[in-house]
Design a protein around this ligand. Structure first.
Ligand SMILES: N[C@@H](CCC(=O)N[C@@H](CS)C(=O)NCC(=O)O)C(=O)O
Length: 217
């Protein structure tokens, strides 16, 4: 059964790999699963055909036969459950890897998304400048805690897992700001993740789409 995911026809980041289809592509590459991509324009994302798959009119989505999923966390969990390589066999280690997936999405990503909001969505508001240091401090606080837990380990809990894939995907969003470089062990962790051949293939695939000329309408 072929797997079809959705991605931006043109990502707002111009191909830096920060749109969430990249993490899904990465998981599929780690799992050795071929996939197709359906590109959606900003307007098509809000139309009934796409809303039938994604109730919030966003990307990524994942379709396989009669299964349709949305939410990058749920999609990657589904891929990791069905294919070897992303979750350990041992029950407790598996539960801990899943915990790191949730930690990435629920504890580390929210303050990072605030930075994107204050910078790009609310950048012209009179209070944006005043708010920025608070947002950056919240991120630093999380990164201190994360880097304390990582220590000098290669990955968060033993071998590379879907927990690392998710955490590195979330931390990659900080690259443009430079904040990640204040935490050398986390910067090295992200660099290790980026060096994985599966990530390289996922990144190159999304870049190829964003670097290509738009089809004439
Ligand atoms: N929690 C969702 C967030 C999805 C999301 O924010 N997608 C962005 C792209 S990375 C999007 O589609 N933005 C366009 C929009 O919201 O209109 C997930 O992890 O999949």
């Amino acid at each position: 059964m072929s797997i079809v995911i959705t991605a931006f026809e043109r990502s707002p980041d111009g191909g830096m790999g920060l749109a969430r289809d990249t993490r899904v592509r990465w998981a599929l590459e780690e799992a050795g699963q071929p996939y197709e991509v359906r590109l959606v324009s900003r307007s098509a994302m809000k139309e009934p055909a796409h809303l039938a798959v994604h109730p919030f009119g966003q990307i990524p989505t994942y379709e396989e036969g009669d299964l349709a999923l949305f939410e990058s966390g749920a999609i990657i969990f589904h891929i990791a459950e069905r294919h070897a390589g992303l979750l350990p066999q041992d029950g407790n280690a598996r539960a801990r890897a899943i915990t790191w997936m949730f930690a990435a999405l629920n504890t580390v990503e929210p303050p990072i998304l605030e930075l994107v909001t204050v910078r790009f969505v609310e950048g012209d508001k009179p209070w944006a400048k005043e708010r920025m240091p608070l947002v950056v401090e919240r991120i630093r606080s999380r990164l201190h805690q994360l880097s304390a837990r990582l220590g000098d380990a290669e990955w968060l809990d033993g071998a590379f897992s879907a927990g690392d894939l998710m955490m590195a995907s979330v931390l990659l969003r900080l690259k443009p700001s430079g904040i990640i470089n204040e935490f050398p062990s986390l910067a090295a962790y992200v660099a290790r993740a980026e060096a994985r051949p599966a990530y390289q293939r996922a990144f190159a695939a999304q870049l190829a789409i964003n670097a290509a000329p738009l089809p004439a309408s």
